[in-house]
Design a protein around this ligand. Structure first.
Ligand code: HEC
Length: 125
């Protein structure tokens, strides 16, 4: 059926476009891809691909210092929106939804890197 082939072609074209975007070095599971993409678009320039902050001006966020007990989701949100002395505000570059996805992605990456808070707490989610 022609309509169906058209859909397939459009899907292939979209996938092709996707692969032109800057690629992170780490593969993340599907639920975190959106956040990873947003991070790459908005934060990577300074924080490094995969938030490792290598050779960049900004700290790596995959670090104990930024685990949830030390640096909460709200802290990340506030930092991104308001900036700090050294980090410019990203309020104009990031949407609320993107920020939520970015935080999800960062938390996943911290875990994937083997970083765990001292005590396991299940008070969220
Ligand atoms: C233009 C460069 C730049 C961009 C873009 C940027 N940051 Fe930063 N970020 C910095 C710098 C520089 C620091 C260190 C700030 C400091 O020490 O006060 C920082 C610090 C941080 C911190 C730690 C703050 C603290 O108090 O320790 C967090 C969290 C953070 N950034 C999150 C983000 C997120 C999330 C994004 C994307 C939405 C982002 N940043 C985009 C430059 C940037």
């Amino acid at each position: 059926m022609n309509f169906f082939s058209l859909i397939v072609l459009v899907a292939i074209a979209l996938l092709g476009m996707n692969s032109c975007a800057p690629q992170p070095t780490k593969e993340v599971p599907e639920p975190y891809k959106k956040g990873q993409k947003a991070f790459h678009k908005i934060c990577s320039n300074c924080h490094g691909s995969d938030a490792m902050g290598k050779h960049t001006q900004a700290p790596r966020l995959i670090d104990e210092e930024y685990l949830a007990p030390n640096f909460t989701d709200d802290d990340i949100r506030e930092t991104a929106l308001n900036g700090t002395d050294k980090m410019p505000s990203q309020r104009k570059n990031v949407t609320k939804e993107e920020l939520t996805e970015i935080i999800k992605y960062l938390r996943y990456s911290q875990k994937a890197a083997g970083l765990e808070p001292e005590e396991e707490e299940e008070d969220e989610g």
